[in-house]
Design a protein around this ligand. Structure first.
Ligand code: FAD
Length: 360
């Protein structure tokens, strides 16, 4: 965690953070604590990035309307390093994370590693981290422009934001590559080459079924992981219903990436049905699919520094791809980048605009 500067100062750097997933949220919160003037932008309606939930609605045979939030991105995560464990412990104390050791069908009978989920749904952790910070949702950054005043963000809708002294890109590597391309060719080339796994995900609601597990790791394609969402801690009880999230394997998803979503849904439903006892008698109340084009880096560990920072340009990069493509890696990367940016200010004394050489 960065040390706080003496006090927030008007001349402290202004920073645009692009991406409100856990890496961006962590970096933003740490910089704000250190006195930087931070604004967070995200293209989505809410925060959390791939720690995502989708609200699904259905009507029972009795005509009652129901709604549940299904975690269609990260299903749960581990906390292995002491610094992340301590952050998760404080999030647990704040009531937005709970531990979860799922009973997993077929791999670790009764002994899955201790994991965690955000409650009541996955975005809650990023919401907690970002509490009180200025977050601008529904802002898809299409282009970064730099002039003598600083960085300007050009949005999809045509409007722009800025100037900012510094920019942090907290995005999956290929998305960061396209934004940084005209400013740092070398970075863009490396980022664009990071191989990403995609993932088709089925979200479904069925009648409740006698299924003794919390999750399953099916041995064969198409499915790689299935969660009973309603069995996770902190989720609303839904008497009479079972809610499911089923992720296809990276290989299957890659070979069906451009398929018709209805066809994908039918195939994933059929695969999930094979795991449900007496599936023919079970009624489906809802089904839908989501395609994650960039679900996770195929091989993590882009750079052991954990982030990139170019003081001359005033640009930083963080994200799960610097580590092993997990929630924990995303947190470490965002924290590391904030540390690096704060250390630079502390070492240099007064903040100086990185653009002075452009102005002269
Ligand atoms: C299906 C699935 C299953 C997973 N399972 C696990 C698991 O079991 N355990 C685990 O630890 N991890 C898992 N992960 C990975 C985990 O979710 C990620 O490692 C982590 O959430 C990445 O955080 P991040 O901040 O690096 O990126 P992200 O969460 O992707 O955040 C990037 C943000 O940038 C925004 N954005 C993108 N482009 C723009 C733009 N141009 N302008 C503005 N905003 C933009 C996005 O909307 C997003 O909010 C899973 C991911 C998926 C998809």
């Amino acid at each position: 965690m960065p040390h706080a500067l003496t006090a927030p100062r008007p001349e402290a750097p202004s920073v645009a953070i692009v991406g409100a997933g856990l890496s961006g949220a962590t970096c933003a919160a740490a910089l704000q604590r250190a006195g930087f003037r931070v604004t967070v932008f995200d293209k989505s309606r809410g925060v959390g990035g791939r720690m995502a939930s989708r609200r699904v609605r259905w009507t029972s045979d009795a005509g009652e309307a129901h709604v549940a939030a299904l975690d269609h991105g990260t299903h749960h995560f581990l906390a292995e390093q002491p610094r992340f464990r301590s952050m998760i412990a404080s999030a647990e104390a704040a009531g937005c994370v709970e531990s979860w050791r799922p009973e997993v069908h077929s791999v670790w009978p009764g002994a899955a590693p201790l994991g965690f989920v955000a409650v009541p749904c996955m975005p809650a952790l990023c919401k907690h981290v970002l509490a009180g910070l200025p977050v601008r949702p529904l802002q898809q950054v299409m282009r970064l422009r730099r002039d003598a005043e600083g960085w300007h963000l050009q949005m999809l809708e045509g409007d722009s934001a800025g100037p900012f002294d510094q920019v942090v890109l907290a995005l999956p590597a290929p998305q960061a590559a396209s934004l940084i391309a005209s400013h740092a060719d070398g970075w863009a080339e490396t980022l664009a080459a990071v191989p990403m796994a995609s993932c088709w995900t089925l979200m479904a609601v069925t009648d409740d079924v006698d299924w003794p597990w919390d999750a399953a790791v099916p041995p064969n394609d198409p499915l790689a992981w299935v969660s009973r969402n309603d069995r996770k801690p902190g989720r609303d009880a839904l008497p009479g219903f079972a809610t499911w999230v089923a992720h296809a394997s990276a290989e299957w998803s890659a070979s069906h990436l451009e398929d018709d979503p209805q066809q994908v849904e039918a195939e994933l439903r059929a695969a999930l049905s094979t795991l449900i006892p007496n599936a023919q008698q079970v009624q489906w109340h809802h089904a839908g699919v989501h395609r994650w084009r960039y679900a996770a880096p195929l091989h993590g560990g882009l750079d052991e520094r954990g982030c990139w920072w170019d003081a001359r340009l005033g640009v930083g990069l963080c994200g799960d791809f610097f580590g092993n493509g997990t929630v924990e890696a995303a947190w470490h990367s965002g924290d590391e980048l904030a540390d690096t940016m704060v250390a630079e200010i502390e070492a240099g004394g007064e903040f100086t605009l990185p653009f002075l050489d452009l102005v002269r």
